[in-house]
Design a protein around this ligand. Structure first.
Ligand code: PEP
Ligand code: MG
Length: 325
C-alpha cells in the first residue's frame, strides 16, 4: 500500500470530474514536517505551536520560538504553512503555565481566551512569527474563536506587532493572512459576520464535534458515541462550506476527520475542498480523490440530507455510492 501511495505523490490531486482537492499536513514538530517531501502534500494546513510549549520544562522565550518557526518555514520551502496561535488548555496541558484546576477544562480558560487575558504570551508569539518570516509569507490561524469580537481583538494584536516591526531590522512579511478556527458552535450562527473579517477559516472538527455533541473528545466512553458524519454534523459542515463559498473565503478542515477515507469523502461531498491531516493519511486520501466523481456524489448526498426523516445512515449511504462509482 505504501508503495502504491508513494507512486501518487506527484500526481495532481484532482477528482475524475476535475475538482481540485488540496491535501495538507497537520504538524507541530519539525520531525513530522519533513515528511512533506514523501507525501507530496501541498503544504502545512495546521502547525500546532503549543507542542513546543508542551514538551518544554519552562516557557520558550522569543528567540527559541523564532528559531522553531523559522526552521518550520525553511522545511516547508515554497509550500504554505499555517501557524496556529497557542492553543493551550483543555486536552493540551502546559503544567508550568496553568495553576487553577477547573471543573470543565475543555470549556474553561483556554486557548484564545487565555491568550487575550494574558496578552504578553500572544504578543511574544506573534512577534516571533513575524521575525521568523522576515519577508516571507505568513499565515496565522486563531484557535477557539467564540465570537467576532475575540477575532477582532486577536487581529488587532497582529496589527500592533506589524507596526512595531517597522522599527526593527526585520522585513514585513511578503503577505500576511489571518484566519479563524471554527470549533465553537456559536460561530455557526455568526458566519456572515465573521467571514468578512477573516482571510480564511479552518474547521477544527475534533473540538467542533465535541461541542456539538456535548461529548468529551478525551473520554473514550463517549468520544465515539456520536458519529461525526451523521446528518446533523454533516449539515453543520455544509452550512460552513456554503457560507465560506458565499463569502469567497478559503475553507480547510484540519481536524482528524479529514484523514479518514469515508469521513473525507463525506467532507468533500458537503463542499470542503481543502483537507489537512496527519502525514501518514495523505496517500490513502489522495487515492480516494483520484477515484471520485465528486459533483454527482455531492448532489446525491445533498438530496439525501434534505429528504432525511431522521434515519439516514450516511456511512452506509456513502459506502454504497462510492461502490457504484
Ligand atoms: C480540532 O479541534 O479539530 C483541531 C484541529 O485542533 P486540536 O485537535 O489541536 O484541538
Ligand atoms: Mg481544537
Amino acid at each position: 500500500r505504501q508503495e502504491r501511495f508513494a507512486a501518487l505523490k506527484d500526481k495532481p490531486s484532482v477528482t475524475l470530474d476535475g475538482v481540485e482537492i488540496t491535501l495538507l499536513h497537520n504538524s507541530g514538530l519539525l520531525a513530522d514536517l519533513s515528511a512533506i517531501e514523501e507525501t507530496g502534500a501541498a503544504g502545512i494546513g495546521l502547525f500546532r505551536t503549543e507542542l513546543q510549549f508542551m514538551i518544554a520544562s519552562k516557557l520558550p522565550r522569543l528567540p527559541e520560538q523564532v528559531e522553531l518557526y523559522g526552521q518550520a518555514m525553511d522545511l516547508a520551502g515554497d509550500r504554505p504553512i499555517v501557524f496556529r496561535l497557542l492553543d493551550i488548555g483543555g486536552d493540551k496541558v502546559v503544567p508550568y503555565l496553568r495553576s487553577a484546576s477547573e471543573e470543565n477544562p475543555a470549556m474553561g480558560w483556554r486557548s484564545l481566551r487565555l491568550g487575550l487575558d494574558r496578552p504578553a504570551l500572544l504578543r511574544t508569539q506573534i512577534r516571533a512569527l513575524l521575525q521568523a518570516a522576515n519577508g516571507r509569507p505568513l499565515d496565522i490561524l486563531v484557535p477557539m474563536v467564540t465570537d467576532c469580537r475575540e477575532f477582532i481583538e486577536a487581529r488587532q494584536m497582529v496589527n500592533v506587532e506589524m507596526q512595531r516591526l517597522r522599527n526593527t531590522k526585520y522585513a514585513a512579511p511578503s503577505s500576511l493572512r489571518v484566519g479563524a478556527m471554527i470549533e465553537v458552535p456559536s460561530l455557526l450562527f455568526e458566519l456572515d459576520q465573521l467571514l468578512p473579517l477573516t482571510d480564511y477559516v479552518s474547521i477544527g472538527s475534533n473540538d467542533l464535534v465535541q461541542f456539538l455533541t456535548a461529548a468529551d473528545r478525551a473520554n473514550s466512553r463517549v468520544a465515539r458515541r456520536y458519529d461525526a458524519i451523521s446528518p446533523p454534523r454533516l449539515r453543520a459542515f455544509k452550512h460552513i462550506a456554503d457560507a465560506a463559498r458565499r463569502h469567497n473565503k478559503p475553507l480547510t478542515m484540519c481536524g482528524e476527520l479529514a484523514g479518514r477515507p469515508i469521513e473525507a469523502l463525506a467532507l468533500m461531498a458537503v463542499g470542503i475542498e481543502r483537507l489537512s491531516m496527519a502525514a501518514s493519511s495523505v496517500g490513502q486520501i489522495k487515492e480516494l480523490v483520484l477515484s471520485l466523481d465528486l459533483m454527482q456524489l455531492r448532489s446525491q448526498l445533498s438530496e439525501a440530507l434534505d429528504n432525511d426523516l431522521g434515519n439516514l445512515d450516511t456511512r452506509e449511504f456513502l459506502y454504497a455510492l462510492a461502490d457504484r462509482q
